[in-house]
Design a protein around this ligand. Sequence first.
Ligand code: GRF
Length: 198
Amino acid sequence: MVSAKYKIGILTSGMSRGSNLEAMANYFIINQKPVQISFAIVTKKNAPVREKCMKYHINDIFISTKDLQLFEDKLIKVCHENSIDILVLSGFLKKLSPKFIKRVNIPVINIHPALLPKFGGLGMYGKNVHEKVFNFKEKKSGVTIHLVNENYDEGKIIAQSECDISDCKSADEIADKVLTLEHKVYPQTITRFLENLR
Ligand code: GRF
């Protein structure tokens, strides 16, 4: 195993399947990238992503989001104790406060399953995004990886990648195509981003 030069933490939600976490873990291992997933935060004790954490021996930590202030305080502590370089969001749906972004003092990045600035903002997550893209009869969709700031999906864009969806007959078909792209682009972008940090 390659020794880790970079450490990341992953922030998921109670519903996260963990397919992006799995894609990252595989990518770092197969390509011998010096990136370690130090932990994954889960916000429900029975979150499906926990199975993936077990499979890849990733430390999964449950923190309740019932009290968001307390959640952020605990999350900051975990980030600092583990000396991670970046916090990676994967399916986390709540808004992190500007105070959190300032206090955590490391880049926080997110993946959005569409081509921002279109199809982003409050309520635009998961199937909602793909249904809107389908209803707007878009010919292409894709993924956007961006820094997290105080507004939903408005932080600086780090990377974007497109896919042709002109043959897609439903929002589900678009979702499948975009997810495949996420699995390819997110691990690569995270690695490149880390390499550019120092
Ligand atoms: C992904 O579709 C991503 O775009 C969004 O949350 C979903 C997480 O899926 N931000 P998974 O848990 O990685 O399968």
